[in-house]
Write a protein that binds this ligand. Structure first.
Ligand code: SAH
Ligand code: F3S
Length: 468
């Protein structure tokens, strides 16, 4: 039997997509292998978000030359955003590549495999208005058997000026709620305990029988009224699977509704964490980025979230050194961070991407040194705030879902609380997949350390004070 090896880079969506691809390739008679040396087909699911991500892939591809010399029948395929961005040009630039498949064309992989096995190169980078892979049952790759991703939307219509995603993943479309619930049911039957609903912009989820988000306005009033938005989908999932923990990512500030916030607070099994990228704290930069909100509106949204769910954690994405960013703009970002005190975040230097509006309209004119120094200040401040947040859990009891052994000690379990912070504690008699109440006794800026306690009362909102 032939073997395939698949490696994923970039966002969670790519990791979820690789599980769809694994399912498709398996039906072609390939079995999955974790070893490159055994593989007849190597697939890289690639990321284009920053230049560095692309360089990493190119380096990785170079490393396969030796394998190909050893095994003349070995085929190499690239999937994902880089495949979509570079198309057949990839075959010219990287001679080692036999197969190029964009994010909406994975169902064509069986035909493409036949092509490459006949000795021809194969490319399919057609983007779709409909494809959601809703009918494919993903094969869970290197899974812990406890947590899984379930994608609910594909593509993005937001056109942030710095971002390549709308070009590589196409227009936004939502997946049939029935197929979402079916996939979750299969996971629950296999004893999975937590799912993350995935999309580039989950809050913009909208099911009205299929089709693009942007065509919603054209349908009848009745169909509009019976459509399912993200808040309704969350409710549906939370009620259908009351014992399942539910997370979602990513939320775009402009699309987050008060209904979603209310739904989160109404259901204990929807985790109190929102990933809410801000990118910059300066209105001038937000406008140039085509983010559809101001700094004031963003802070108002945070206020609203904290009012309804005081213990909800918030995480960020921030970019340093967007074109024309001045020291003053940068300080506004630091000031916004100071106001929000994010629990954690993902921070990047601006990287100009070919084809984006920012690359056409603006000069990449912030010096590398300024980008780097500003990023460092943002990262340092985030670390301070993360520590402030983890310290606030000291003496409290949190509910942890055990996912794996702690990296630092094989006598400890590692899991996460509702707020998505890692918690480690002594194993005792607990096992992977258990929900455990843990009293927090120590912390770093990224990890909570504690002792499991026998506490039979159901925790309210994930946190109670130990002396209550
Ligand atoms: N909505 C998406 C965002 C994908 S990109 C999601 O599901 O998360 C993730 C983050 O990468 C963005 O929020 C942004 O902070 C960063 N990013 C995107 N394009 C970038 C670029 N050209 N340079 C630097 N960072 C970028
Ligand atoms: Fe990119 Fe903005 Fe969409 S960051 S993925 S265009 S929300």
């Amino acid at each position: 039997m032939k073997k395939f090896y698949i490696e994923s880079y970039g966002c969670q969506m790519n990791f979820a997509d690789s599980e769809v691809v694994a399912s498709i390739v398996s039906k072609e008679g390939y079995t999955s292998t974790q070893s490159l040396n055994d593989a007849d087909l190597i697939l890289l699911n690639t990321c284009s978000i920053r230049e560095k991500a692309e360089q990493t892939i190119r380096k990785r591809l170079k490393g396969f030359n030796k394998l190909k010399r050893k095994n003349k029948n070995l085929k190499v395929g690239v999937l994902g955003c880089m495949a979509e961005r570079l198309k057949s040009q990839f075959l010219d630039e990287e001679k080692i590549v036999d197969l190029v498949v964009g994010p909406d064309a994975y169902k064509d992989i069986p035909n493409l495999i036949k092509e490459i096995n006949d000795g021809r190169n194969a490319v399919n980078v057609i983007l779709s208005k409909e494809e959601t892979y809703g009918d494919i049952n993903p094969i869970r790759l290197s899974s812990n058997g406890v947590t899984a991703f379930v994608s609910i939307t594909r593509g993005c219509d937001n056109m942030c000026t710095f971002c390549v995603v709308p070009f590589t993943r196409g227009r936004e479309r939502s997946r049939d709620p029935k197929s979402i619930l079916d996939e979750i049911k299969k996971l629950v039957d296999k004893n999975y305990k937590e799912i993350t609903l995935l999309g580039q912009n989950v809050d913009s989820y909208l099911w009205y029988g299929g089709g693009l988000k942007k065509d919603f306005k054209k349908i009848s009033a009745l169909r509009q009224k019976t459509s399912i938005n993200f808040s309704k989908l969350l409710k549906l999932v939370a009620e259908s699977f009351p014992l399942l923990r539910i997370r979602f990512s990513t939320s775009n500030p402009q699309d987050m509704s008060s209904d979603v916030i209310k739904t989160m607070s109404n259901y204990y099994n929807i985790c109190n964490h929102i990933h809410l990228p801000v990118q910059s704290g300066s209105n001038k930069i937000l406008k140039a980025m085509n983010r559809q909100h101001t700094r004031e509106e963003y802070l108002e949204l945070i206020n609203q979230i904290k009012k309804v769910m005081p213990d909800c954690s918030i995480s960020q994405d921030i970019i340093s050194g967007f074109p024309n960013e001045t020291q003053n703009d940068h300080e506004l970002t630091l000031d916004l961070m100071e106001k929000v005190k994010y629990d954690f975040g993902y921070m990047f230097k601006y990287s100009e991407r070919p084809g984006t509006l920012a690359s056409k309209k603006f000069d990449d004119n912030v010096s590398e040194l300024n980008k780097k120094n500003r990023l460092q200040e943002i990262v340092d401040l985030q670390q301070k705030h993360s520590y402030y947040r983890t310290k606030s859990f000291m003496g409290k009891i949190v509910e942890v879902l055990i996912e794996k052994e702690s990296k630092k000690s094989n006598s400890q379990w590692s899991g996460r609380n509702q707020q998505n912070t890692v918690v480690v504690f002594e194993k005792e008699d607990y096992k992977i997949g258990d929900f455990v109440n843990v009293l927090i006794t120590d912390c770093t800026s990224a990890t909570l350390i504690g002792n499991p306690i026998n506490y039979s009362k159901k925790l309210k909102n994930g946190i109670i004070y130990s002396n209550n």
